[in-house]
Design a protein around this ligand. Sequence first.
Ligand code: SIN
Length: 301
Amino acid sequence: MKFLGKEISSPLTLASGILGISFSSLQRVINDGAGMVTTKSLSLEPRMGHEGPIIAEFEGGLLNSVGLTNPGIEEGLLEIEKFHQACQGVSIVSVFGGNTQEFKQLAEAVNGSPADLLELNLSCPNVEDEFKRPFALVPEMVTEIVSAVCAVSSIPVLAKLSPNALDIGEIAGLAEAAGADAITMINTLGHGMVIDPIAKRPVLRNNFGGMSGPCIKPLALKLIHDVYKTVKIPILGTGGVSTGLDAVEMMMAGASAVAIGTAVYDKGLDVFSLAKREMDTFMREHGYADYPELIGILEEN
Ligand code: SIN
């Protein structure tokens, strides 16, 4: 099948932020059955991120407040070059800028690399102290950043949106009108908090963070279905997917491809081969010949 013109061996995709940027980890995910991999969000300069603990477990998922730790775009793109020398997978370079100009500069840097697709992280909930409200919650900023990037990018652009938007359909429509080639959704939910009752303190050093994992899957499905009905561009769905059946549901809701993130922590990299096998079995048993047949076929009651 194809996603944004790129041939992919399966719709399964590594979500951003899970395995960093090392080409060998990204290559392993492709070998395990994913069609695409997304890098950790890269900024112009390296970022330390927040002090630990940056991850807290709770029943139903994970809370993270990483703070966009990354080695910077230059180093990230060196790994992307090695990735493309090593395997046939499709790469999605995720970038984060503190303003429109930085996003534009990042897109220009990515133009000079073999990266296949560019994802704009407009929705990280963990850096409000530095950058104020995530851009994905500010309609004018979505329009401004996506138009500026699309004017310079030589590769297709995905806008990564937040479940915290009041009307995610409206935001997705603005991204589409500004030239985005696809929507990635959803980033983590909230802020949430996990408390250590003995210490009487939040577990995360940063006090709160974005929620991911199975607890957000129903929300992701609903929002993806809303956006599928609103825009014509494809959706890279993500949010709580940990099995092949989860991925099938997400495609039925409207996603053209499906990213797995938090489940990698629970199940390891085998999650991709297991999910692919489960998807393929479901399709065979229910008479679907190819993955695109699943996209958006949900029938509402
Ligand atoms: C982080 O680095 O804080 C997580 C990234 C994100 O939620 O976009």
